[in-house]
Design a protein around this ligand. Structure first.
Ligand code: ZN
Length: 307
């Protein structure tokens, strides 16, 4: 991946709502060591992650930087006092938790900190399904729906990070009675098409429902609308669909079919070209951390660095 002759090591954290994957990855993307930590309270979880990283660097060598790809929502403005915080989350105990700054102070190295989906978009744009694209969007459809976009090499951040799963779609005509499961908006995309929304309606995972079950068409219809909206607003060369729900056999083909039907041939790029699965497999989370760490390493004034 890199051209440097000096081996550089990076600490990488994939921070999820149920588990943290913490690892050491070199500049060529090789995972040298990794561990899994159950997500409990912030002190316990971040303490365990920091302890593992300190032990790992004493065994393997100093890290050039740390990259954290985290569940959100996150405060990402590097000039603000709450940079690196998890903000208001329904996850018990985690609201207003100092995360990025705490790790930067504990380890004394630059920290790249972003959402899991911005990190995944960056890694796929650099090394995976989004290679060579000026704009690339990564969407996860799983326990929630979230998305990140990389434009010209950098993840989009503004006042915060994008919240693509929290837009309200038109309702599918055969799905008008379901209230939706999003605690903030009820029937946004996350409220209608995430794993918990599928469970709430049909009592099973999408992959467990028979191929002729109407759920497949309804979920594909929502996701087709979402990809079309992204094409209209951001013109990504690739929309990469990941997450557990997308492991349902045939779903991506159905999403493309809906996008073709609803798009009317208006947008550049065929659904087969634009709507694609991720390429980085089970390394995606750590490589998301690696991409963020490498960018932090290049950052001349990393926040939280002592002195
Ligand atoms: Zn919502």
């Amino acid at each position: 991946m890199g051209l440097s002759m000096t081996p550089r090591l990076y600490g990488c954290v994939e921070a999820g709502g149920t588990k943290f994957i913490v690892g050491v990855v070199n500049h060529q993307g090789e995972v040298l060591d990794r561990t899994r930590i159950e997500t409990r309270g912030p002190d316990e979880t971040l303490g365990a992650a920091t302890g593992w990283l300190m032990d790992a660097r004493s065994r393997l060598g100093e890290f050039s930087a740390l990259g954290v790809a985290s569940f959100g929502p996150l405060a990402l403005n590097r000039d603000a006092p709450d940079w690196g915080y998890i903000t208001s989350t329904p996850k018990p105990g985690w609201s207003h938790t100092d995360f990025g700054g705490r790790l930067a102070r504990s380890l004394g190295i630059p920290v790249g900190f972003d959402t899991d989906v911005n990190g995944a978009a960056l890694a796929e744009a650099r090394w995976g399904a989004g290679r060579g694209q000026r704009i690339c969007t990564y969407l996860t459809i799983g326990t929630g729906i979230g998305g990140g976009t990389v434009a010209n090499g950098s993840p989009l951040q503004g006042l915060g990070h994008p919240e693509m799963g929290h837009v309200r779609p038109p309702r599918h005509p055969d799905d008008l009675d379901f209230a939706g499961v999003c605690p903030f908006h009820d029937d946004c995309y996350e409220g209608l098409a995430s794993g918990p929304a599928i469970q709430a309606r049909w009592g099973a995972r999408l992959s467990e429902l028979t191929a002729d079950h109407p759920a497949h068409g309804i979920i594909a219809w929502y996701l087709g609308h979402l990809t079309l909206s992204l094409q209209a607003m951001l013109t990504p060369g690739r929309i990469i669909l990941g997450g557990g729900v997308m492991e349902t056999p045939g779903l991506i083909h159905e999403v493309r079919r809906v996008a073709r039907q609803l798009g009317g041939g208006y947008f550049r790029g065929s659904p087969e070209e634009v709507i694609v699965p991720p390429e980085l497999g089970d390394r995606l989370g750590l490589l998301a951390g690696l991409a963020l760490a490498m960018d932090a390493d290049a950052c001349p004034t990393p926040p939280g660095r002592p002195g």
